[in-house]
Design a protein around this ligand. Structure first.
Ligand code: SAH
Length: 216
């Protein structure tokens, strides 16, 4: 695994592009600058690693486009030391960005193949993360409550189980809806204990599915 000047140059250009597109959070841009995205794609696709595009990572799933990763990370408003639950580890790229933001990350993936690959890679890169092969709908009750919850697949119904695992001053970020496009939604608890949501534009994610999948 090599991160040379060419990769670093391409990464810098991509981050400039994201800033122009409206990513203003310096912490997010700096965190993404520290993660070599090409490690998370198969080496044959190196050319595509620093384009603002989603890409196939196996098991019919995709690594989210860099702008999407930056946008979700920005909406999360992470502070150092926060406990963050991620649903949909996928390639592990977003997981690494969350670590670089100083979060204590817990991430669940339902595809065995992707979980295994991400675990190997993130450990090789020396990230200390809690990766679980399981069904994200259940969350991780034994590690709850979380300061932040991030869902990186399209959610058809608001998962109550996950809201219950969020701190009262927490934030949940998820693409909400069925069909080709979803609304990027932030859910927070109001002072009177009700959940309130706001939406931040349309995105396109692979669907959140139930139960684990061991097929390769
Ligand atoms: N953040 C990842 C995104 C991967 S795509 C990346 O940038 O690489 C979304 C992932 O969510 C897929 O890997 C998919 O298998 C996973 N997923 C879908 N439903 C899930 C569930 N119920 N629990 C855990 N992971 C789920």
């Amino acid at each position: 695994m090599e991160d040379n000047y060419r990769h670093k140059g391409l990464r810098k250009k991509l981050l400039e592009e994201l800033a122009v597109k409206g990513i203003t959070d310096k912490n997010v841009l700096e965190a993404m600058n520290r993660v070599p995205r090409h490690f998370f794609l198969s080496s044959a696709f190196l050319e595509y690693a620093y384009e603002n595009k989603a890409f196939q990572i196996g098991a019919g799933q995709t690594i989210s486009a860099p702008y999407t990763v930056a946008f979700q990370s920005q909406l999360l408003q992470i502070e150092k030391g926060m406990k963050v639950l991620e649903i949909g580890t996928g390639s592990g790229y977003q997981t690494a960005v969350l670590c670089e933001l100083g979060a204590k990350v817990f991430s669940i993936e339902r595809q065995k193949l992707l979980h295994d690959n991400a675990k190997l890679l993130l450990h090789k890169m020396s990230y200390r993360v809690n990766l679980v092969y399981g069904d994200g709908y259940k969350g991780m009750p034994s590690f709850a409550p979380f300061d932040r919850i991030l869902i990186t697949c399209a959610v058809p119904v608001v998962p109550d189980e996950l809201l219950m695992q969020m701190k009262s001053d927490g934030r949940l970020v998820m693409p909400f809806g069925e069909g080709k496009e979803q609304e990027m939604m932030v859910i927070q608890e109001s002072p009177n204990g009700e959940f309130v949501s706001e939406v931040h534009g349309k995105f396109s994610f692979v669907p959140m599915l139930e139960k684990r999948n061991s097929q390769r």
